[in-house]
Design a protein around this ligand. Structure first.
Ligand SMILES: [Zn+2]
Length: 383
């Protein structure tokens, strides 16, 4: 997307500092927003900027504190303090030091590892400076706890991993009434979790329990860690055509997509990492590189299992909502790439359609979808 400023304004923006002999380092970037997302093992702080900035960081142990100094930046107020209500941070304070320098202090509640990186503008997102403050020991403990599940589960118990798509910086699709996909899928995911865990032979887990982002590869890695017997990724569809409606079900394709629409949809869902912001270092199991799947016989069996489950879901969804397609479609969804775990992605309805958006927002419809999925899951495990 091109800049909205006419060339002449841009030119004067660069010339004025020179003509008026401003300090040698003329600030160019403006901080337009600061927000934080609290995950189970880290806090992500995101700073919106009109331009990329340079930064230096320092940290101290006692009390634990992380400090960033941004250079070449304006802040619209001399000082601002943000309260973070999570187990990792207490406050984030920003102070304009003048001369195009802004100091940001992150007051920590415990010792944390940090990872700072810049993200380039993407779709409607501006330049972003991302600061991840990670409780590494907690992150490790969570992975170990997931890996323990397959050993401690009672014999015959099936493990289901439910993945509410998007989250945090990535809102997913947005409806005409500003309903966000990330919120709807989290609600349906929680309802489905509750329904499944009432069954003594099923143990269900969520990839994300709140409004934060997990890289796509991290989600399927979680399913692998849990030793899942089934993985379900929940989404809501979107279209430029406001008339488009209905539910659809997708499986992974190791070759091409079954049709152009499925390919476009997979491409769109796969962009989640760019919006959500993927770090260069692992976070919450973040395995971001798409590695080719080894096509072995076991994987073929897994694919067949996914198809069987997808067919069952279509049968049960039909009673709850219009179906966009009467059969499942296939495309290359990164999130469905957990090796040897039957995995299905469900587009519950079109959030961009007025009527579907109204349905998606209603607790009654969310419950109906969750119930239909729970029925499908039980049928799949106990045919
Ligand atoms: Zn989605």
């Amino acid at each position: 997307m091109g800049t909205k400023f006419p060339k002449i304004i841009l030119l004067s923006f660069f010339l004025i500092p020179i003509l008026t002999l401003q300090p040698t380092f003329a600030p160019a970037a403006l901080i337009t927003d600061v927000r934080s997302w609290s995950a189970t093992d880290h806090t992500r702080v995101v700073i919106d900027l009109t331009e990329p900035v340079q930064y230096e960081s320092t940290s101290q142990e006692n009390p634990p504190q992380f400090q960033l100094e941004l250079k070449g930046v304006y802040f619209y107020t001399p000082k601002r303090e943000l309260e973070v209500k999570d187990p990792f941070l207490s406050t984030i304070s920003l102070t304009d030091l003048g001369d195009g320098r802004v100091r940001i202090i992150f007051q920590q509640k415990k010792t944390l590892n940090t990872n700072v990186f810049l993200l380039k503008p993407y779709q409607d997102k501006p330049h972003r400076l991302v600061i991840d403050l990670i409780d590494v020991s907690l992150e490790k403990k969570e992975i170990e706890e997931r890996q323990k599940q397959k050993e401690i589960r009672p014999k015959g118990t099936k493990i289901v991993v439910i993945d509410p798509g998007h989250g945090g910086e990535d809102p997913g699709a947005i409806g005409p009434k500003k309903t966000m996909e990330k919120d709807i899928v989290l609600k349906v995911g929680a309802k489905l979790l509750q329904l499944l865990n009432r069954d003594k032979e099923i143990q269900a887990f969520l990839t994300r329990k709140g409004d934060y982002f997990i890289p796509l590869g991290g989600r399927s890695k979680m399913a692998t860690d849990y030793g899942a017997d089934l993985f379900i990724s929940l989404h809501t569809d979107a279209s430029f055509n406001p008339q488009a409606r209905g539910s659809s079900v997708y499986c992974l394709s190791l070759a091409g997509a079954t049709d152009q629409a499925a390919k476009i949809l997979a491409d769109k869902e796969n962009l989640s990492n760019f919006l959500g912001g993927v770090t260069s270092k692992p976070i919450t199991n973040g395995k971001d590189k798409v590695e080719p799947i080894l096509v072995d016989l076991a994987q073929n069996d897994t694919m067949r299992e996914s198809f069987v489950f997808a067919e069952t879901v279509l049968q049960d969804l039909k009673a709850v909502n219009l179906l966009k397609y009467s059969s499942y479609r296939q495309a290359n969804f990164i999130v469905l790439r957990a090796p040897r775990i039957p995995s299905v992605l469900i587009e519950m309805a079109y959030i961009t359609n007025k009527e579907d958006e109204r349905l998606l927002k209603s607790s009654d419809f969310q419950e109906k979808i969750a119930k239909a999925l729970a029925v499908s899951i039980k049928k799949y495990f106990r045919p």
